[in-house]
Design a protein around this ligand. Structure first.
Ligand SMILES: Cc1ncc(COP(=O)(O)O)c(C=O)c1O
Length: 394
């Protein structure tokens, strides 16, 4: 009887669902939300308020009746502003009519892009450590995940190892620049080498640039699609979430050639129809008027990074390099002599600080913890103090 019930329940689900798992980060966020007195360094959600002018723009748009469906590609005025931004800041000449799509956050941009270009059996090379969701997007499209393990402590994009992973079935290489969780920023030289491999072997590059503005030490930034001949072969994903502290607004965008864009729009129309027009108006205000707020937030992240890296390096068993970008630190905790999941578990239980084990980001993340600096300096220093106290008891 029970066996028949289990069988019937299993039959209700598609094989697609069974092939994917809930992101380990999502699971941890749910667990920490239920645990009292924990300092959460696990989630990549900026603690800053969304800039006031963005909120005002959304209110005004609602009053003006921006409350209906829009074209699935997004409001023309937002796409035009994005085209200007892409040209000025990223050196990407994208046509707002045919090459830019506004999406429900970076998530829907990525989901739609994978569904558009990946066929069952296609191989997708993912530079790791990497944000775990790329694996999910690959599996949901029937693709095969091919991890490219990068090396600590700086995790540079190792083109030699990448070459070894390329086969006839390689359809796409995913890079996240700056990288979540390592904070590595890939420079023009590494990206040019990647571009020449893309040219030689005919694969696509998916460049996830959602942390493009959160960069420290005046490190220069380069978008893959700006490199010669790469515009046609690159799908660039970006979002308002991290840059403007707008994670809950769910506005992102994707830039790709005309043919891929038309596929992305078709998929996105089934996923979401369109992004809320009032929030698209808010995103427009963010691009036009929030440079100062962004600079302030980035300065604050940089200060937090400096303070916390120094404090962590004072704790025996921790070794932390200064990441060049993002809102994450990725300290080496191998000296604990435990898998990273065990270290994260103990720190959660004994020090009441939530982090993400490096293994969640692929095997090359093992031996590390991801700690988000998306909370106040006071909270961050208190978290480090708790961890130091716990380490003393070992
Ligand atoms: C690397 C990376 N890409 C994309 C996203 C998606 O963000 P959103 O859908 O909020 O734009 C995230 C969120 O954490 C991320 O870390």
């Amino acid at each position: 009887m029970i066996t028949r019930m289990v069988y019937t329940l299993v039959k209700q689900l598609s094989a697609r669902v069974s092939s994917t798992q809930t992101s380990p980060i999502r699971k941890l966020i749910d667990m920490v939300n239920r645990t009292p007195n924990v300092i959460g360094l696990h989630a990549g959600d900026p603690d800053f308020d969304t800039p006031v002018c963005v909120i005002e723009a959304a209110k005004k748009a609602l009053d003006e009746g921006y409350t209906h469906y829009t074209h699935t590609a997004g409001l023309p005025e937002l796409r035009e502003a994005l085209a200007e931004k892409l040209l000025k800041e990223n050196n990407i000449a994208a046509d707002s009519e045919t090459e830019i799509t506004v999406t429900v956050g970076g998530f829907a941009a990525l989901y739609s892009a994978f569904q558009t270009v990946i066929n069952p059996g296609d191989e997708v090379i993912i530079a790791e450590p990497s944000w775990p969701s790329y694996k999910g997007f690959t599996k949901l499209s029937g693709g095969i995940v091919v991890p490219l393990q990068l090396e600590p402590p700086d995790y540079p994009l190792d083109v030699h190892s990448l070459t070894e992973k390329i086969t006839e079935r390689t359809k796409m290489v995913v890079i996240n620049n700056p990288n979540n969780p390592t904070g590595a920023v890939y420079g023009p030289e590494q990206l040019r080498e990647l571009a020449s491999l893309a040219e030689k072997h005919g694969f696509l590059v998916l460049a996830d640039e959602v942390y493009e503005k959160i960069i420290f030490d005046n490190t220069p930034y380069c978008s893959v699609a700006s490199l010669s001949d790469m515009k046609e072969k690159t799908i660039t994903v970006n979002s308002f979430s991290k840059t403007y502290a707008m994670t809950g607004w769910r506005v992102g965008y994707v830039v790709a050639n005309k043919q891929i864009t038309s596929g992305i729009r078709r998929i996105h129309s089934y996923v979401a129809s369109c992004v809320s027009p009032a929030f698209q108006k808010a995103a427009l205000a963010a691009i036009k008027a929030c440079d100062d707020s962004v600079q302030q937030m980035v300065r604050e992240y940089e200060e937090r990074r400096n303070i916390v890296v120094e404090a962590l390096n004072d704790i025996p068993l921790f070794q932390c390099i200064k990441p060049k970008g993002t809102i994450y630190l990725f300290p080496d905790v191998q000296a604990f002599g435990l898998p990273s999941a065990g270290v994260a578990e103990q720190i959660l239980e004994k020090a009441k600080v939530a982090t993400i084990p490096g293994s969640a980001f692929g095997s090359s993340g093992e031996g590390h913890l991801r700690m988000a600096i998306a909370t106040s300096k006071e909270n961050l220093l208190e978290a480090v103090k708790r961890i130091a106290g716990f380490v003393k008891t070992l």
